[in-house]
Design a protein around this ligand. Structure first.
Ligand code: SAM
Length: 230
C-alpha cells in the first residue's frame, strides 16, 4: 500500500504535525507505529513512525533523503489573474507538471485586477496538496501579482502568443532557469508583448486553435516539461 504523505519543516528526529496534517492523518485512520512519508517542501523527505495521535500527531523520523522529481532547471509560470476559481486548477496542474513558482500578473485586458489574501493563501494550500499528491518534495511558491513591467529580465523565457509560429521545443534549451507566460482571456496587449520581448521572452505557439486562458498554461507546461520526459 502507498504510504501517506504529509508536509512538515524542518525534518527533525521527532516532529509534531500541524492541526491540519494531524486531522488529515486521523481521517485516514492511521495507528501508532504506522509509517508515513514526510516532506519539507524544499526537496527533502523522510519516513517516520507514528509515536502518538493526540492532541497532535507526532512522528519519529528515520534518515532524511533528498527526493528529486524536479525538471533540470527551475520553471516559473507567469500567469495573468483569472476570473472565479480558474487559478486553482492552473496552480494544481502547474504543480503536478513541475513548476518551482507561480508568478501572478496584473495585465491590461485582465479578467481580474487583484487577488485577496484569502484567495492567495488558498492557492498556496492547493500547491502544497498537489505536491503531496504527485510525489514532489518541493512546494512551488505562489507570488503576489506584479505588473509585467515590474518582472525581472530572463535568460530563457517564452510567452504563449497566438500570432507566433515558433514551437516551444525550439525556443528552450534548458541551459538556464525557464520562465513561461500566458495571458488572460482577452490576451496580452501589444505593449505587454513588446515589454515581455524586451525582458527576454520569445513568443511561441500552442497550435492553431485558441485555448482558454486556463488551458493555455497547462498546454505550455505539458509541451515544455512533460513532453521532454521531465
Ligand atoms: N484573442 C486573444 C489573443 O489574441 O491573445 C486570445 C487569448 S487566449 C483565450 C488566452 C491566452 O492563452 C493568450 O494570451 C495566450 O497566452 C494563450 N493562448 C491561447 N491559445 C494560444 C495559441 N494557440 N497559441 C499561443 N498562445 C495561446
Amino acid at each position: 500500500m502507498r504510504k501517506h504523505r504529509v508536509h512538515h519543516a524542518p525534518l527533525e528526529p521527532v516532529i509534531t504535525l500541524s492541526q491540519l496534517e494531524s486531522e488529515h492523518l486521523r481521517v485516514l485512520r492511521v495507528n501508532i507505529g504506522d509509517a508515513v512519508n514526510v516532506f519539507d517542501g524544499a526537496g527533502l523527505e523522510a519516513t517516520g513512525a507514528i509515536a502518538s495521535l493526540e492532541p497532535l500527531v507526532t512522528l519519529r523520523l528515520g534518515e532524511v533523503r533528498s527526493v528529486n522529481l524536479e525538471p533540470p532547471r527551475a520553471v516559473t509560470l507567469c500567469i495573468a489573474l483569472l476570473k472565479g476559481d480558474k487559478l486553482a486548477d492552473v496552480v494544481r496542474g502547474a504543480t503536478e507538471l513541475g513548476v518551482s513558482s507561480v508568478q501572478l500578473l496584473i495585465t491590461d485586458h485582465a479578467d481580474a485586477r487583484e487577488i485577496g489574501m484569502q484567495k492567495l493563501e488558498r492557492l498556496r494550500r492547493i500547491a502544497s496538496e498537489a505536491a503531496k499528491q504527485c510525489g514532489r518534495s518541493v512546494i512551488p511558491s505562489v507570488l503576489e501579482p506584479l505588473r509585467i513591467r515590474d518582472l525581472e529580465a530572463v535568460q530563457c523565457g517564452v510567452v504563449a502568443h497566438p500570432r507566433s509560429s515558433l514551437l516551444v521545443r525550439d525556443a528552450v534549451t534548458w541551459d538556464a532557469p525557464v520562465a513561461v507566460a500566458t495571458g488572460p482571456e482577452g490576451g496580452f496587449s501589444n505593449p505587454e508583448i513588446a515589454t515581455l520581448e524586451r525582458l527576454g521572452f520569445k513568443t511561441v505557439t500552442l497550435g492553431v486553435r485558441i485555448l482558454r486562458a486556463e488551458t493555455a498554461p497547462i498546454a505550455l507546461l505539458g509541451a515544455l516539461i512533460a513532453g521532454e520526459g521531465f
